[in-house]
Design a protein around this ligand. Sequence first.
Ligand code: FDA
Length: 394
Amino acid sequence: MVQTDVVVIGAGAAGLMCAFTAATRGRRVLLIDHANKAGKKILMSGGGRCNFTNLYTEPANFLSGNSHFCKSALARYTQWDFIEMVSRHGVPYHEKKLGQLFCDNKASDILGMLLDECEQAGVDLRLDTAVQQIDKAEDGYQLQTDSGPVTCQSLVIATGGLSIPTLGASGFGYQVARQFGHTLLPTRAGLVPFTITEPQLKSMCEALSGTSVEDCLVSCNGQSFRENILFTHRGLSGPAILQVSSYWEPGDAIEINLLPHLNLSEWLEEQRRERPNTELKTLLGELFTRKMAGLLAEHWFTSKPVKQYSANELTEIAERLACWRLVPAGTEGYRTAEVTLGGIDTREVSSKTMESQKSPGLYFVGEVLDVTGHLGGFNFQWAWASGYAAAQYV
Ligand code: FDA
C-alpha cells in the first residue's frame, strides 16, 4: 500500500502545475495518468507551438454557468506569473497576435519545463496507470490503481474534458464528481468547426476548401468575434468560427460579415462611377480570392458589368456579403474540438481552493470544471491558475 499526501489524477496542463506546486510546498505528491505520456494536449496545442497564455487574460474571456467562479484563481496566478516561469526556464516565445503567446520553437519546451519542475520538486509521476476505484477513507481517499492500492489525504481530479479521445480524454472526472454527489452541467464540444449540409452551401464550402477570408466578423447569440474564417470540405472553421462555436446551440443561426473593414455599398457605387464596364465578379476578385469571387457570383448573384446594376441592387449585394446568415447543421464534435463546455458545476466547488463542497479533501482543476476559455491561450491559463490555486491547499 502506497501512502502519500496528495494524489493528482491527470498529468495534463492543470495536473502538472498542481503537482509540482504542491510538492514545492513540501507535500508528497503522486501524479497518475492512464496515458503513456504526460501532457499530450500540450504537445499538440497551438499547431505544435503551444499558445500557452494570453497577455490580456481576464474573467470575461471565460464561459461558465457561474461567471464569478474563475476570478479568484485567475487573480492569484496570472499570465505574468506563468510568463515569469517560462522566462526563468529560458523558453523563447513571441506574441503572435491579440496577446497570444506562442513558443518560438516547439510546444515540447513548455511540457519539458513543467516536467522539469515536477522532477525538481520530487513529484512521483506514474504513467500508463489507470484508477479502477476511489473510496472515501477516514482521513482522505483510498484508490485502487494498476500499480496497487494508494491512500492519500487530498485527491485532485485533473482529467480534463471529452475533446480528442485519442489524446487520452475520458469522462473519468465526471464519474468521480457524480460518485461524490456533484451536479454535472451538460457538456458539448467548444472551439470546434461547423458542418454544413445545405446542398448549395456545402458545394461552395467543398469547392473553397482551404480558402480563408482574412478579416470577418462572426456573430451568434449576441457574441461577435473578428478574425479570419476558413472553408473546409465539411463546412467552416478558422478562429472566428471556433470562437463563436462556443456560444452556438443546435438550430441557432450565425451571421458573417465577410468585409467588416469596408463600406461595400459605397465602394461598389464608386466602382460603378469609375469603371462602369467592369464585371461584378472581377470587382469581388479584388476583395476575395478569384475563385471565391467566381463562386459568389455564380451562387449568390448574376455577374454583369457593374453599370447594369441599380443602386438598390448594389446595396442588396453589399448587404448579402455583410450579413451572411446561415444555420450550421452541427459541429465536428469532440473528435476535433479544442475544449469541452459544461462539466462539473462550480457552485459546488470553492473558488478559492478548488475543493469540493460535497466531499472534503477532493479537488477539481482545469477543464473538467464548467469553465471554458476563448481561443487564444485562455484555456491553458485557466489550467495553470486553477492547478496553482488547489496546490496551495491540498
Ligand atoms: P488535459 O486534457 O490537458 O489533461 C488531462 C489529463 O488527464 C490527460 O493527460 C489524460 O491522459 C488524463 N486522463 C484522462 N482520463 C484519465 C483517467 N481515467 N485516468 C488517468 N488519467 C486520465 N488551449 C490553449 O490555451 N492554447 C492552445 O494553443 C490550445 N491548443 C489546443 C489544441 C488542441 C488540438 C486541443 C485538443 C486543445 C487545445 N487547447 C489549447 C485546450 C487545452 O489543451 C486544454 O484546455 C487543456 O489542456 C486542459 O487542461 P487539463 O489539464 O484540464 O486537461
